[in-house]
Design a protein around this ligand. Structure first.
Ligand SMILES: [Zn+2]
Length: 420
């Protein structure tokens, strides 16, 4: 046995002893990051790579950072795993609604539920509780702003498809200070096209379809500044902000080469920057939910090229959040996914495609940054799977994310900051 082996064998014993005494084991390489843990927690930036599992993160690491590189989202000093199973009578595999309800309320529920329990009773949400506690709140997403993942923090409905009702609750009930993303179609009644025309060439099925009146007008009356272009967003100052930048998602979810588009009129990073500028003026702190939806939706299409592009945009938003937290030591940053999508894995290019053509066909090859090597991505499904998702964190309370937990545990940690 070499001395190196002895050291490795001792390491778990040491870690166990440290954990038992309640001390935090710090990696000296990350001491600068760990220093942030000394701040008193006041703000939370919670980031969702929708549909993002370990395989998506590894594929993006090879593609964007190279063999020995590291993604910014993986550089956060604390990491753990989350179990994503819902309490659904028909399925052990979660959707985004049940997963986000677990985060926002601490309760497992059925697929499609927006912060209601298995008996359809509304549950208190962290977004609403943070507001009641004097904090500013906001949501930023490349999906519809009323899509399931942001909705669970700020509304209660029995069915995730009631996006116009979710928009109504935003304006009349939960009142997040910042709402930025897509989904104009649910804020306007049929026949009122809005800033983004009905039936556009890239997707003729898109058209205004709300049943709750003109909610953009109602938002203005409630004190929101409404913007619909990058220029207007840049110029908007202070107060409450509603930005809607597409009819539906801020991209077109299609298989590769069949009308797939990822070209948002404002980037996720730009929206995140604006949200932080706006929310950070609140003296009692803030809660901000940030989401890249393209990771999930392009995985549903088994479109790895666009999935990797979405991961790159998510990375840029992570940098914005991480840089903010580096100079605001009272800010917890958490990044995870709500579930896997696609049953993705990373493979060598030298082997044949064992799983054959069709929906489970291989994608690639993709170049590894800074190397002449390549990798393939192989899908097993066009749906979600039940594998764990990684969670990484930075700042005060981040160390609570070590280990493997149910996704409801996110609620339990964030509640320590947002409900008191
Ligand atoms: Zn999905």
């Amino acid at each position: 046995m070499t001395s190196r082996t002895v050291r490795w064998l001792l390491a778990p014993v040491l870690a166990g002893a440290v954990a038992a005494t309640g001390m935090t084991l710090l990696n000296p390489l990350q001491s600068a990051d760990a220093g942030a843990a000394k701040g008193k927690a006041r703000n939370v930036i919670f980031i969702n790579g929708d549909g993002m599992s370990a395989a998506h993160r590894e594929a993006a690491r090879l593609y964007l950072a190279g063999l020995d590189g590291q993604l910014n989202m993986d550089k956060l000093p604390v990491s753990g795993q989350l179990i994503t199973t819902p309490h659904d009578p028909k399925s052990p595999i979660t959707d985004s609604a049940a997963a986000a309800t677990a985060w926002a309320t601490g309760e497992k529920t059925y697929n499609g539920a927006i912060s209601v329990d298995v008996d359809h009773n509304p549950l208190p949400t962290l977004g609403q509780q943070a507001k009641a506690n004097g904090k500013a709140t906001g949501l930023v997403t490349t999906a519809q702003v009323t899509d399931a993942s942001p909705a669970a923090w700020f509304s209660n409905t029995e069915n995730r498809s009631a996006q116009d009702e979710i928009a109504r609750q935003y304006i009349e009930v939960s009142k997040p200070d910042v709402i930025l993303g897509g989904g104009e179609d649910f804020w306007l009644p049929a026949g009122t096209a809005g800033a983004y025309p009905d039936h556009p060439a890239e997707d003729p099925s898109e058209a205004s379809k709300g049943t709750k009146g003109n909610l953009i007008d109602k938002a203005r009356q409630a004190g929101y500044k409404y913007v619909s272009t990058a220029d207007q967003l840049q110029k908007a100052k202070g107060g409450k902000l509603l930005g809607l930048f597409s009819n539906e998602e801020m991209f077109q979810q299609r298989p590769e080469g069949q009308g797939d588009i990822y070209n948002p009129v404002v980037s996720l990073a730009t929206m995140t920057t604006k949200a932080l500028d706006t929310l950070s003026s609140n003296k009692k702190g803030f809660f901000l939910f940030v989401e890249e939806e393209g990771v999930d939706e392009f995985s549903h299409e088994n479109n790895a090229t666009r999935m990797l592009q979405s991961m790159g945009e998510l990375e840029k938003a992570v940098v914005v959040a991480r840089n903010y937290a580096a100079t605001h030591k009272d800010t917890l940053v958490v990044i995870t996914g709500d579930h896997d999508c696609g049953g993705l894995t990373v493979e060598d290019t030298g082997t044949s495609d064992e799983s054959g053509d069709g929906i489970s066909a291989e994608d690639g090859p993709f170049a590894i940054k800074g190397s002449n090597l390549q990798f393939n991505l192989d899908w097993t499904t066009s749906g979600h799977t039940g594998v764990d998702v990684p969670v990484t964190a930075y700042g005060p309370l981040a160390d609570q994310f070590t280990g493997k937990h149910q996704n409801t545990y996110v609620h339990d940690v964030l509640a320590q900051i947002l409900t008191r």
